[in-house]
Design a protein around this ligand. Structure first.
Ligand SMILES: [Zn+2]
Length: 303
């Protein structure tokens, strides 16, 4: 990404063979970018989520070592091994690459706009609604449940809660907490061979926002709204989640993502078919009637 690259390029000990910038995460874009890169030993992803996914993709194709350098923390892509891409506007995953190193430079991250670090909490708090969906799915015979990893996910959530004001203030402790908790979930995902403990209806809402509006967003920003919506529909500690998002400094109202009434209605009215057709995990979305009164109620709540 161009802005973070300009911050770090002066401090590098060697000149890179090639520098490529993320345009979008469509598979055909990634394929054409790959052709412009010569054989290399190391690929470094410098910036936010998309730069890390692009770096994973290039490391996979070039059989190179991978170093991730997050300069913001708005999503967990620097830590996860899975490569997130878009195909015709839909989120998909191709392949896994494990980073050789993840370099977390506190002073560099502190130069980013604070909100782009705070929203990193979204990929942790998502576990609150995702684990509910996971258990719901298992009671419907749609998923295999594992109490040990469910409990571990909830331990991670309580650490997020304990450090919420550090995250809101973007202190060293706040940055360290986000990265450590990402690592905690990466470990669960690897052992469980599934990201169910961290990805559920709140993510599917975020994916459908991108799909309906055809725009790119800060991942954690969409999640913040998605978590509030889904905890309400799940009747899952909704008031506590509202307080916690506010303490973390996360804006959850629709104005944060610039969504108007029309877009919002369309996103919710199509959410169930989007989730079913995309074969996303069984979640509260499958059991909700997104009729006009429900959508109107949610719109009012988020305005
Ligand atoms: Zn995510």
């Amino acid at each position: 990404m161009e802005i973070p690259w300009n911050l770090v390029k002066g401090g590098l000990p060697a000149k890179p063979e090639a520098v490529v910038f993320v345009r979008d995460m469509e598979l055909r874009t990634l394929e054409s970018v790959e052709k412009t890169v010569p054989p290399v030993d190391v690929v470094a992803g410098i910036g936010g989520g998309s730069s890390h996914d692009l770096a994973k993709y290039l490391a996979l194709k070039k059989r190179a070592r991978l170093v991730q350098v997050p300069t913001i923390l708005s999503a967990d892509a620097a830590v996860t091994s899975v490569i997130g891409i878009r195909q015709e506007g839909k989120v998909g995953y191709i392949g896994h690459v494990i980073a050789d190193q993840i370099l977390v430079d506190f002073s560099l991250i502190k130069r980013a706009p604070k909100e782009l670090v705070r929203y990193g909490a979204g990929d942790i708090l998502s576990s609150h609604t995702a684990t509910y969906d996971w258990r719901l799915a298992s009671t419907r015979g749609k998923a295999r449940f594992d109490q040990k990893f469910y409990d571990r996910a909830h331990e991670i959530l309580s650490r997020l809660e304990q450090r919420r004001f550090d995250i809101a203030d973007v202190t060293d402790e706040g940055i360290r907490t986000i990265v450590e908790l990402y690592l905690g979930y990466a470990e669960i995902a690897e052992k469980l061979q599934s990201d169910r403990a961290q990805e559920g209806s709140e993510h599917f809402y975020a994916y459908n926002v991108e799909h309906v509006t055809k725009k790119a967003y800060v991942h954690g920003k969409l999640l913040a709204t998605g978590i509030v919506i889904m905890s309400y529909l799940q009747e899952n500690e909704f008031e506590k989640i509202q307080q916690l998002t506010s303490d973390l400094g996360l804006e959850t109202k629709l104005r944060a993502t610039g969504l108007g009434k029309e877009d919002f209605s369309q996103i919710l009215m199509t959410l169930k078919s989007f989730s079913e057709e995309g074969a996303y995990y069984y979640s509260i979305i499958n059991e909700t009637q997104f009729d006009r009164p429900t959508v109107a109620k949610l719109y009012e709540m988020l305005s």
